[in-house]
Ligand binder design. Structure first.
Ligand code: ZN
Length: 234
């Protein structure tokens, strides 16, 4: 049986605002990188730049983890994607564009650290202030992927019976996020808001565990064979 891809949200943190580089070469590089996404060249005073720690290879509080090779993929997919302001799970406004990204390594921790530019329009003023003032400091990434691998048995979690967050011997079960298909957007959210959601396409907004239950039920439901008796229709 084929599984539908999952749409998933993963939490990160806003690292902060980037000051304009002192170095001429760096300043030029930043401007060129931004202007690769604009229709007319912007001046440095026209935008603010923020750095995000968007996702990483550690198990998060929702028991999911990106393997390093998937982070490399995400890193390549992020530039060009929108940054959204997420007031709640539904309402989102695009506020900026990711224009470059790199992998950051800190011993065993690997994370995707993109830069995003936000235009200094009247409309974005409060948004920028909220980031500068530390009100918006959490981020989340929306993406779709094909395989939620079980960390205990290595099978697709929808096809096994292990429960993320539960311990099996010395192992705690978690999702390994494999086969990323697409990065949809990055979001900035107010601190403490609900971030990660594990969402099968047709049932947006379920928490991870419920979504897994839903997918498992579907997986284990026998396929119904319906005889359409076309000969009886006429
Ligand atoms: Zn398992």
């Amino acid at each position: 049986m084929e599984f539908e891809p999952f749409v998933f949200r993963h939490e990160g943190v806003l690292l902060g605002m980037r000051a304009a580089p002192d170095d001429d070469v760096e300043r030029r590089a930043l401007l060129d990188a931004v202007n690769a996404y604009t229709l007319r060249p912007l001046e440095p005073a026209e935008f603010a730049v923020f750095s995000l720690d968007l996702c990483h290879n550690q198990v998060d509080r929702h028991f999911s983890r990106f393997p390093d090779e998937e982070l490399e993929k995400v890193d390549r997919m992020v530039p060009g994607r929108p940054l959204m302001e997420r007031h709640d799970l539904r309402g989102s406004l695009p506020r900026g564009t990711f224009f470059r990204s790199r992998l950051h390594r800190d011993e065993a921790r690997v994370s995707v650290r993109p830069d995003v530019y936000v235009l200094r329009t009247d409309d974005n003023r409060d948004f920028i202030l909220n980031i500068e003032g530390g009100v918006y400091r959490e981020t989340s990434i929306g993406f779709s992927f094909r395989t939620p691998e079980c960390s205990v048995c290595g099978r697709d979690l929808r096809a096994c019976d292990h429960v993320p967050g539960r311990s099996y011997g010395d192992k705690t079960c978690h999702f390994i996020l494999r086969d990323v298909i697409e990065v949809i957007e990055g979001s900035v959210v107010a601190s403490g808001s609900q971030g990660t959601r594990f969402v099968p396409r047709e049932n947006r907004g379920l928490p991870a565990r419920d979504a897994l239950e839903f997918a498992r039920d579907r997986y284990h439901t026998p396929v119904e064979l319906i005889s359409r008796r076309p000969w009886a229709a006429e």
